[in-house]
Each structure stands twice: as structure tokens, then as C-alpha cells.
Design a protein around this ligand. Structure first.
Ligand code: SDX
Length: 440
């Protein structure tokens, strides 16, 4: 049996054969690289719903079963047995670290968690009310000015260093901007604290004073970050790969990824969930909003529900829901918002509109409640998504670099515009001013 598919053009009876490529898991793909050359036609696939853009060994999602694996490890197992630092090492270095490797990795990231002091003036270029994602996008692009001149990012050793530097600095950039907007003194990373704890330390501490950070809070944030670490070719990762395909600087690729993640349909949804729950305000109002979500003429959508790939419960949402319930007593999650969230989830699970469209809670539905309980400002929720996702973005960028021939991303289109208009004699010839200033 030939591992091919045959396409027949019924307009002229011509047939074309295309190879089927099998992966280790998930759907096979039809390799249509020669489709345009053979048929003089393109495919049309809005939002690339049915299109695989690359080969990857990093993350696998089974949307039907609601499963997620980082380099073959189930997310549930990682969340129970490992910390975010293990997962960062797994994504960047392709293996879970042993104790020695983890200790050396932790030290390298700590030593790289500081930012060049010249960058501090960048914060004052922003108005106080600037959205943190706008600032973070600019800061990451700015980093390319510091680590471009002497870095050869075609050398795997050097681009791994770039990757570790960016992972290490992201929490510091995020915390520093928060301190700047609040008018607080900057708190530098504390080399005696772990990766995740250090972020809460930089956000909460004040000079010469004790800071209260409980182990359960560190575990909660660590789990949230781990669950966001990578997720196949989502919109922001596709953006990082697209910019990477032009051989741009990795930090400009990540800066573009931050811009993509900011949108409320993507990484901005966790902020949208909290704003929506607060707008609903009471369980008595839930039915009104459910009705809006189902109304075809109303652009309103339930934030934190639905997913392009998961047509089952997002496994990350499951982990976060049990973590949320574990935290309720420990760190006091807003019980009114929990009641509203629980009522929404119950209605959605029983209503045919949502069931027929496979709309389940996604990662953002509970992450916002946990981040709010950790006293992270709502405007910084997407920033937390960035801190979690940077290891995935850099792993995907390195995988692109390791693939022998980087093909620049350049999709085609179905042109539906005017075929020709310059024959229209009625159009006056524009009297373009080419005159130089001395003629005037
Ligand atoms: C993330 O891709 C990733 O992996 C992303 C992510 C990651 O880790 O990188 O998982 C992170 O972005 C999670 C998603 C966060 N976004 C939200 O929670 C925003 C709300 N959700 C939606 O906007 C929507 O569900 C998307 C964007 C997530 C998915 O959109 P799709 O796959 O393009 O689906 P669609 O818009 O074609 O919707 C299919 C149907 C439509 O109804 P019909 O036209 O069939 O009648 O479902 C409806 C939609 O109107 N629908 C919703 C809905 N989501 C889809 N109706 C109400 N509320 C919703 N949330």
C-alpha cells in the first residue's frame, strides 16, 4: 500500500499524488510542498486549522483526549514530581536534569538574572500607566542590543547562552517594571532564593525588611509557570518561528512573540477572565452572560473557555483547578469569584451550545484566580504567561536553528481584489509635486 493520497481535479480529471508523513504521535500529515508546482493551486486554510508548519520534538497535544506532553513527559506527572526549573532544563537541554545538573543550571540562571544597569533608564521612558506587556516587549528587544555585538547566534553553545540569559532575566524585567510603576525601590535578585521564589521576592520585598513568602505560594506560582512553558505551534510560538525564519535576532523573535501573546484571544485571556468574573460580580448575573456568550450577534465570549486544539478539558486547567481548590484555605482566594467561576463551569458543562462546540475551560480559566490570590496585579497576568512561555519559545527557536534548511515563512493568498483599474480614463493624472524647494 503506497503511503500517499491522490488529489483529483474534477474540472479536468487530472490526478496528483502527495506523500503521507507519519509522526511518532498524533495525526499524519500530507506533504503538499509540491502542490503549487504540480497543480498551480494553493491550499486555503484560515487560521491554519488543518496545517502543520514544521516538524517538532518538543511538545505534543492530544486535543481529543486532553493530553499534553513536554518531550514525552505527561504534564500531570511533571506537575506532581518536578519543578519549573526541571521543565526549563528539559525544554532547552532536551533532558530532565539530575541533581548536579539542576544545581549547576540554577546557579547559571541566578548569575544571569541581573540586567545591565544601563537598561534601568529604559523604564523611565514609559508613562506610569503603560501596559506591562508593552514594556516587556520593548525591554526584550532592547536586550538584543546588549547581547548581539559579541554573540554568534549561529553557534549552538552561544545561542544556548542567549536562551538561558533571557529565561533568567524575564522575571527581573517584569518585577522591576512593577516596582517602577509603584514608585518602589528596585529589589535585585537574591542569590540565596530559588528561581520562582525570587520573582515573588523582587515583587514584594522592601530594603532591610522581612518579606513574607509561603512555600505554598512558591509551589502555586511554580506550577502555573510550568503549565505555560510550551504548547506546540500556538499563535505566539508561530510568531517566534516566523520571525526566526528570517534569521532575525532571537530576542527580536521573542519580542514579537510577546506582542502576539498579548491579545485577549491568546495570552491576554487570563486577565480577561478576572475582569469578566469581576464584571459579572454575582452568581445571580451568570445566566445573563451565558446568554450573551451564546448570542451569535454578540461578540462577547466567555474568557477562559474554548481552544483551537483541545476539544476536551485542557489538562492544564485540570491541574490548576485542583491547585486552586488546594489554595482556597491556604492563601484565601476570592470566594465570590470562585462561586461565579464554578457556576459558569457547571452551566457550560451542561449546555448544548458549549457541548456541541467542545468548549471546555482552558489554561486561563483558573490561572487568573491563582495569580490574583498571589497578589500579582491583574495587568501583569499576561506577563506571568510570558515568564512561563519563554523557555518554550527559546526551545522552538533553537529547534528551528538546528533544522538543516530554515525555510523563510511566506504563505500565499486567495486574491479577491480588482483585476485591473488603471485603464479607467476618468481618473485625473495626479499632479505630483516633484518640484524642488528652489522652484517654489
Ligand atoms: C490560549 O493555541 C494555544 O495553544 C493557545 C494557548 C497556549 O498555551 O499557547 O493554549 C493559550 O490562548 C488559550 C485560549 C485563551 N483564549 C480564551 O480563553 C478566549 C476565549 N476563547 C476563544 O476566543 C476561542 O475559543 C479561541 C480563540 C481560544 C479558539 O478559537 P477557534 O479555535 O478559532 O474557535 P472558533 O472561534 O472557530 O469558535 C468555534 C465556535 C464558534 O461558534 P460557531 O461559529 O460555530 O457558532 O465556538 C464558539 C465560536 O463563536 N466559541 C465560543 C467561545 N470560543 C469559541 N463561544 C463563546 N465563548 C467562547 N469562549
Amino acid at each position: 500500500m503506497k503511503n500517499t493520497v491522490t488529489l483529483t481535479d474534477n474540472r479536468n480529471g487530472k490526478s496528483y499524488e502527495f506523500p503521507i508523513l507519519d509522526g511518532t504521535l498524533g495525526p499524519s500529515v500530507i506533504d503538499i510542498s509540491n502542490l503549487y508546482k504540480d497543480t498551480n493551486m494553493f491550499t486555503f486554510d484560515r487560521g491554519y486549522t488543518s496545517t502543520a508548519m514544521c516538524r517538532s520534538e518538543i511538545t505534543f497535544i492530544d486535543g481529543a483526549k486532553g493530553e499534553l506532553k513536554y518531550r514525552g513527559y505527561d504534564i500531570d506527572w511533571l506537575a506532581k514530581n518536578k519543578i519549573f526549573l526541571d521543565v526549563i532544563h528539559l525544554l532547552l537541554h532536551k533532558k530532565l536534569p539530575n541533581q548536579v545538573e539542576l544545581s549547576e543550571f540554577r546557579t547559571r540562571l541566578k548569575m544571569r538574572s541581573f540586567i545591565n544597569e544601563k537598561m534601568m533608564s529604559l523604564f523611565s521612558a514609559f508613562p506610569d500607566r503603560a501596559h506591562p506587556m508593552a514594556v516587556l516587549q520593548a525591554c526584550v528587544a532592547n536586550l538584543s542590543a546588549y547581547y548581539k555585538r559579541d554573540m554568534n547566534f549561529d553557534d549552538p553553545v552561544e545561542y544556548m547562552e542567549l536562551a538561558e540569559r533571557l529565561v533568567a532575566k524575564m522575571p527581573t524585567l517584569a518585577a522591576f517594571y512593577h516596582r517602577y510603576t509603584m514608585g518602589y525601590p528596585f529589589i535585585y535578585p537574591d542569590l540565596d532564593r530559588g528561581f520562582t521564589e525570587n520573582f515573588l521576592y523582587m515583587m514584594r520585598s522592601f530594603p532591610h525588611s522581612h518579606v513574607n513568602i509561603s512555600p505554598i505560594e512558591v509551589k502555586a506560582l511554580d506550577t502555573v509557570l510550568m503549565l505555560h512553558a510550551d504548547h506546540e505551534q500556538n499563535a505566539s510560538t508561530t510568531t517566534v518561528r516566523t520571525v526566526g525564519s528570517t534569521h532575525s535576532h532571537p530576542y527580536s523573535c521573542v519580542s514579537a512573540g510577546i506582542g502576539a501573546l498579548w491579545g485577549h484571544a491568546h495570552g491576554g485571556a487570563n486577565e480577561g477572565v478576572i475582569k469578566q468574573l469581576e464584571e459579572i460580580g454575582s452568581v445571580d448575573n451568570v445566566d445573563k452572560y451565558i446568554k450573551k456568550a451564546k448570542d451569535k450577534n454578540d461578540p462577547f465570549r466567555l474568557m477562559g473557555f474554548g481552544h483551537r486544539v483541545y476539544k476536551n478539558y485542557d489538562p492544564r486547567a485540570k491541574v490548576l483547578k485542583s491547585l486552586r481548590d488546594e489554595l482556597i484555605d491556604e492563601i484565601g482566594i476570592d470566594s465570590n469569584l470562585i462561586k461565579i467561576a464554578n457556576k459558569i463551569e457547571k452551566i457550560v458543562s451542561e449546555d448544548d451550545y458549549f457541548i456541541s462546540r467542545n468548549l471546555y475551560p482552558n489554561v486561563d480559566f483558573n490561572s487568573g484566580l491563582i495569580l490574583k490570590a498571589l497578589k500579582i496585579p491583574t495587568a501583569m497576568f499576561a506577563v506571568m504567561f510570558v515568564i512561563g512561555r519563554v523557555p518554550g519559545w527559546m526551545a522552538q527557536w533553537m529547534e528551528l536553528k538546528e533544522q538543516d534548511t530554515i525555510k523563510i515563512v511566506r504563505p500565499r493568498q486567495l486574491y479577491v481584489g480588482p483585476s485591473s483599474q488603471n485603464k479607467d480614463e476618468n481618473l485625473e493624472k495626479s499632479n505630483i509635486e516633484f518640484s524642488s524647494s528652489k522652484d517654489r
